[in-house]
Design a protein around this ligand. Structure first.
Ligand SMILES: [Zn+2]
Length: 254
């Protein structure tokens, strides 16, 4: 119960986290496709899609039934088997903050997935993530406490990333169908939400999307179909606005 409440508190921050980028792309005076933050994740052509996506993020827990993706939240239970598997330490369940089931709601896999709203699964790592700062004191502490992208991640950042994976999110966005091949746990399925570029949700994976030349022959996906691109824009926009940092660095070289 405490953990579910914790997840709901982070979700309550999602409208604020999404509001800055939404206003940025919808303000002709302010919008600049070459501005830091936006230019790390999207191009001018993505502007309308980004606007719509951040409208849907803001509706995630509100009364806007048309734009609200359907999903349920549940907490992983000990020994948190579904939360392990991060390459850094495959047995540590705190490495994974949360997961979202990206399968369509009508998919029925006997013994595993029942038709209906998909689950966002909260893992122990999320309980250790800070909340998006709001008071002056919290903002000051937050700004001083971070130097790099990952040091400024909060619980709402994780939930925004996961929310975009949901098939219900992609259906509202009217994105095209993408195909996921069969895996150890699931048969092949079509999905409509975001995916993780190169199988990773890390900061380096999202920056590669704009740093690398795009090769249509080499598993190219639209920028807006990479989950971390949305959360990344929100993070950098938030840090710019709250801390006055113009360009959020990635991690220092190893
Ligand atoms: Zn992901």
């Amino acid at each position: 119960m405490g953990e579910t409440l914790h997840a709901r508190i982070h979700l309550n921050d999602i409208a604020e986290y999404a509001k800055g980028p939404y206003e940025f792309v919808n303000d002709d005076e302010q919008f600049d496709a070459n501005a830091n933050a936006y230019n790390h994740y999207f191009t001018e052509d993505d502007r309308g899609t980004v606007s719509k996506a951040f409208e849907v993020f803001q509706a995630a827990i509100g009364d806007d039934a048309i734009n609200r993706p359907s999903f349920k939240i549940r907490c992983a239970l000990p020994p948190y088997a579904e939360c392990t598997g991060d390459p850094k330490d495959p047995d540590d369940p705190t490495d994974v903050f949360a997961l979202a089931d990206p399968t369509p709601e009508d998919l029925n896999v006997p013994g595993r997935v029942q038709p209906g709203p998909r689950h966002m699964v909260i893992c122990p790592g999320l309980w250790e993530q800070p909340r998006l700062p709001s008071t002056d004191e919290e903002v000051e502490e937050y700004c001083q406490g971070g130097q790099y992208y990952t040091e400024w991640e909060t619980g709402v950042h994780t939930l925004m990333h996961e929310l975009s994976h949901l098939d219900s999110f992609g259906l509202i966005m009217e994105w095209g169908t993408m195909h996921e091949p069969a895996s150890e746990h699931l048969p092949e399925f079509d999905f409509h939400g975001t995916t993780d570029w190169q199988g990773s949700s890390s900061v380096s994976a999202r920056r590669l999307r704009t740093a690398d030349p795009i090769d249509p022959e080499n598993d190219w996906i639209p920028l807006y179909r990479n989950a971390e691109n949305h959360a990344g824009l929100a993070l950098e926009y938030s840090v710019k606005a709250k801390c006055g940092v113009d360009d959020v660095p990635t991690l220092p070289p190893p």
